[in-house]
Each structure stands twice: as structure tokens, then as C-alpha cells.
Design a protein. Structure first.
Length: 251
């Protein structure tokens, strides 16, 4: 298995693949998705700044996925950007013939796998952080596993949770709902779960300090020692080199 760090502008990702061709396909897929988003923002800057659902005139697949997911989760479309870009990368790997491919775009993961893999939970300073992992079975369909945090990473959050991880067959929706749930859930208020009527959402796992909550259908959670070096994060790299390493969820 090849592990490759990829970094381009705000996209900071870890790619796992069996061949270099699949790595190349993943990068091309992510860059193509980014180009669609950048073109949309150039014509309609409101798309990139609103915290509310918004559907621009742009009809490109990436923008439509972000807008649709944001509408279902009742957040701004950029809440789905990382998961949607990762999704496009794994789809490109699939078109190249890959049976195994994982892209972790800063904690928002899209994957397909012909083998069982472990996805470790990273929740900052929460007591259980880096001590457990989801045991994700083989899947022919692309699966989204996206995490939002109010205490880890640079993303905007209006909540307090250390990690909200959402599983979905729609990676854009997993990303958008992770943000929506993280914005609202707490040990005193988990009413947000009553709002999850989106049929694409399979399960949710919340960590906020010592408080934990599971909702829906989740893979088994097993003991693991997550290597912090595998967490996807920005690296200082030469300007002419866009390839390197990285995870809010680590593999």
C-alpha cells in the first residue's frame, strides 16, 4: 500500500492506494473538483461565505453536491467542501480501476476498500482520543466518514464538541451533517439527532470531553493506539512540490 501526502492551497490530504496510477488519478480528481468550486466562487463569491443553505446558478457536479448536502443539513455549502473534494478523488481512482482507495482531506474521508481497514478516532485532548478506531468492513460503494470539531483544526464551528464523526454513502452529506451536528450537540442537548431525516446518513459518533454519544448504524469501535504522525496536517514544503503526507481521523 502507498501512503502519499498531497497539499495544494487549502486542500491538505492523505491518499492511500495500491498503485501510483491510482494516486495520480486521486490527485487529478481532487484538482478537477477544486477547479469547479473556484470557478463558481469567482462568479458568485457569496457561495464561499454564507453559513446558510444556498444554491448558485452553477450546475457543475461538485457545486451541486455541496449545495444539496448543505440544504439537507441546513448549513452553508462550504461546510461540505472537503468531503466533496475527497469524494471526487476516490471516484477518479475507481474510474482508473482501483478496488482500494482512501482520501483523508483534513479529517473528511472518502474511501472504497476490498479489505477491512481501521479508521482511528482523533478528538484533541478528549480522554478517549487516539485510543480507539472504527473497524470498517470492505465496501464496494464509496463511503464517507467525515469529522467536524470545535477544538481541533482550523474549520469554523459554533459548537463545543471535540469530534463529531458522520458515516454516509454521500460524502458531501457526511461533511455537511458533521458540521451541523457539531454546531449544536452537547452533553445537555442532543436534540439535533431528531433532525436527521436524511436517508443517506448511516451513523454518528460524538465525543465532547468525557461525553460520548452514538446514533444510527456504526462499524465496530475497537481499542487502538492511533499514531499521531498519521494525522493529516499541513506541512512546510517547497513551493514547487505539491506532494507530501497526513488526519483528524487517522488510518
Amino acid at each position: 500500500m502507498i501512503r502519499r501526502h498531497f497539499q495544494y492551497k487549502e486542500t491538505i490530504a492523505t491518499i492511500l492506494a495500491d498503485t501510483e496510477d491510482h494516486i495520480t488519478a486521486a490527485i487529478q480528481g481532487m484538482l478537477a473538483a477544486r477547479m469547479e468550486i473556484e470557478r463558481c466562487i469567482a462568479r458568485d463569491p457569496f457561495f464561499s461565505i454564507t453559513y446558510y443553505p444556498y444554491t448558485p446558478d452553477d450546475r457543475s457536479l461538485t457545486v451541486l453536491r455541496m449545495s444539496d448536502a448543505a440544504t439537507r443539513a441546513q448549513v452553508g455549502p462550504m461546510a461540505a467542501v472537503a468531503g466533496t473534494i475527497a469524494w471526487a478523488g476516490v471516484e477518479a481512482m475507481e474510474k482508473e480501476g482501483a478496488l482500494f482507495g482512501v482520501i483523508d482531506n483534513g479529517g473528511d474521508i472518502a474511501l472504497m476498500s476490498d479489505r477491512t481497514i481501521r479508521v482511528g478516532v482523533h478528538a484533541g485532548t478528549a480522554p478517549s482520543s487516539n485510543r480507539r478506531a472504527f473497524l470498517v468492513p470492505p465496501t464496494e460503494r464509496i463511503l464517507g466518514i467525515c469529522t467536524s470539531s470545535a477544538t481541533v483544526g482550523p474549520s469554523v464551528s459554533f459548537g463545543t464538541a471535540d469530534a463529531v464523526t458522520v458515516f454516509s454513502c454521500d460524502t458531501a452529506a457526511a461533511d455537511a451533517w458533521a458540521t451541523a451536528i457539531c454546531n449544536q450537540v452537547s452533553a445537555d442537548d442532543d436534540s439535533i439527532f431528531q433532525r436527521i431525516t436524511d436517508p443517506s446518513i448511516l451513523g454518528v459518533f460524538v465525543i465532547s470531553g468525557a461525553f460520548e454519544r452514538s446514533w444510527g448504524d456504526l462499524p465496530p469501535l475497537v481499542h487502538a493506539q492511533v499514531d499521531s504522525d498519521l494525522i493529516t496536517r499541513e506541512k512546510a514544503i517547497p513551493q514547487d512540490n505539491n506532494e507530501q503526507h497526513g488526519m483528524r481521523l487517522s488510518l
